[in-house]
Design a binder for this molecule. Structure first.
Ligand SMILES: [Zn+2]
Ligand SMILES: [Zn+2]
Length: 278
């Protein structure tokens, strides 16, 4: 299989991507990709639709990108070959969505107290039926004229600990790994270049079953990639890659590809987990 025809990190409108699953499949087919994974944040809702649209002409690996938090820092955990019908997984995901929604509503209330009223319906529209998050609220703040840009909304109000920030209960990276494993999936640390002290985190997570690290990602510098190769070798980790495509300024699909043999290794590991859970 040709690596250049594989993209393992893609977002649709089911989370914060700009293309619907059907549109995303069309783009992937136009680019002659053969294997993709849809890895929306905390939801698998885009996958069944994408599979129907792909009509068997494109392999879609069921994936997810779980939001977890480690000592206040965001840590994203990718799960590949998850069983999207797994009860424990889907119950956990619907719990997150509820927590996310009620948190977003609290932020909207807080903004009203700060004399920046926005309408909840507008936030829902911005999220386009997907999971509602701070970026959607920020967009509406721009549309309403309360701030000049999404960046400004975050810098002045929505940042962690900011005047309009509301905390929510989140999974730890260890719990994220467990949840992925319980659904038969392979757990990969996403874009370690965006994680503060990724080295000690990886060291810690290999003891709780981390399967691999995402080496090829737009946000990993070449220094980070070099270091990750060494760590992967040391801990016998699977190495993956993907563009983190959102159809926005973050770059085109397949701009990053997985290393040689990646899909085969993910598949073999997943097969092992599926037999263990049967
Ligand atoms: Zn991420
Ligand atoms: Zn992502």
């Amino acid at each position: 299989m040709d690596n250049r025809q594989i993209d393992l990190h893609l977002h649709t409108t089911a989370s914060d991507g700009r293309l619907t699953p059907t549109e995303l499949v069309l783009v992937a087919r136009r680019l002659k990709l053969t294997i993709i994974s849809i890895t929306d944040h905390d939801t698998t809702d885009g996958i069944p639709v994408a599979r129907v649209s792909a009509q068997g002409n494109l392999t879609i690996i069921p994936g997810i990108e779980l939001s977890t938090v480690d000592n206040g820092d965001d840590v994203h955990m990718l799960g590949y070959y998850i069983d999207i019908t797994n009860d424990r997984l889907q119950t956990a995901l619907s719990d997150f969505r509820e927590a996310r929604d009620s948190r977003a509503r609290k932020i909207v209330n807080r903004l009203a107290e700060l004399h920046m009223p926005i309408r909840w319906e507008q936030v829902q529209e911005a999220a386009n039926g997907g999971a509602i998050g701070r970026p959607h609220i920020a967009r509406v703040m721009v549309e309403t004229g309360h701030v000049g840009s999404v960046g400004e909304a975050f810098e002045k109000y929505l940042y962690t600990g900011g005047p309009a920030y509301i905390a929510r209960k989140r999974l730890t990276p260890e719990e994220g790994i467990q949840l992925i494993h319980s659904a038969g999936g392979v757990a990969i640390l996403a874009h370690p270049g965006l994680v503060k002290d990724y080295e000690s985190l990886i060291q810690r997570l290999v003891t709780t079953g981390l399967d691999g690290v995402e080496i090829n990602h737009p946000k990993n510098s070449s220094e980070v990639r070099t270091r990750l190769w060494e760590l992967a070798k040391q801990y016998n980790l699977i190495t993956t890659g993907g563009s983190d495509y959102h159809n926005d300024e973050r770059g085109p699909m397949a701009s990053e590809v997985p290393p040689d043999g990646c899909v085969e290794m993910l598949e073999a590991r997943a097969r092992q987990y599926h037999t263990e859970t049967e």
